[in-house]
Design a protein around this ligand. Structure first.
Ligand code: HEM
Length: 143
């Protein structure tokens, strides 16, 4: 029963994470006012909290779920999934620092291409990770 609850928490995190990332992408403009950047910074915090939430629920599933933890630990797809998650977390640092720094600017701010590229890459990774997750959950492995 806990397993089902942990899975639900994992999905709640996924909903928060996806909504925040898609909102960031839609709100992003080449030139932005400080108040618009402030809104992005808030959404970015929601994104970060959702990622932490996902991580927590993922750990609960990994170590407290109905399947033995070795089921995941020995699965190559799970390791790729975790690696992509870590890459996503690493990539998100640059936009976060950028939004936090620029939210108090006195004039309009030009958004660097890197921020667009990073958010698009994160969206791509977000599309790939669930594919790995469903294969892994069904017992598929790399070999
Ligand atoms: C962006 C990040 C992530 C996404 C999009 C994601 C997505 C998913 C999805 C869609 C499932 C359901 C699979 C199914 O029941 O068929 C799942 C299950 C799971 N995830 Fe994640 N996940 C993410 C991060 C993590 C992290 C960081 C961990 C570990 C710390 C983790 C551990 C697990 C575990 C253990 C399961 C249970 C699989 C099963 O039912 O056997 N996930 N994940």
């Amino acid at each position: 029963m806990e397993d089902i609850f942990f899975r639900y928490l994992h999905f709640l995190g996924l909903i928060g994470l996806s909504s925040a990332l898609i909102s960031e992408h839609l709100l992003l403009k080449k030139e932005m006012q400080p108040n618009e950047i402030k809104r992005l910074a808030v959404i970015d915090i929601i994104y970060g909290l959702s990622a932490l939430f996902m991580l927590g629920a993922g750990l609960l599933l990994w170590f407290g779920g109905s399947k033995p933890s070795a089921f995941y630990t020995q699965n190559g797809l799970f390791h790729i999934k975790l690696t992509l998650f870590v890459i996503m977390a690493g990539l998100s640092v640059y936009p976060t620092i950028f939004f936090l720094r620029k939210r108090k600017s006195d004039s309009a701010v030009l958004i660097p291409k890197t921020v667009y590229m990073i958010i698009r890459t994160e969206l791509l990774l977000l599309a790939v990770i669930p594919l790995l997750a469903v294969f892994m959950a069904a017992g598929y492995n790399l070999h």
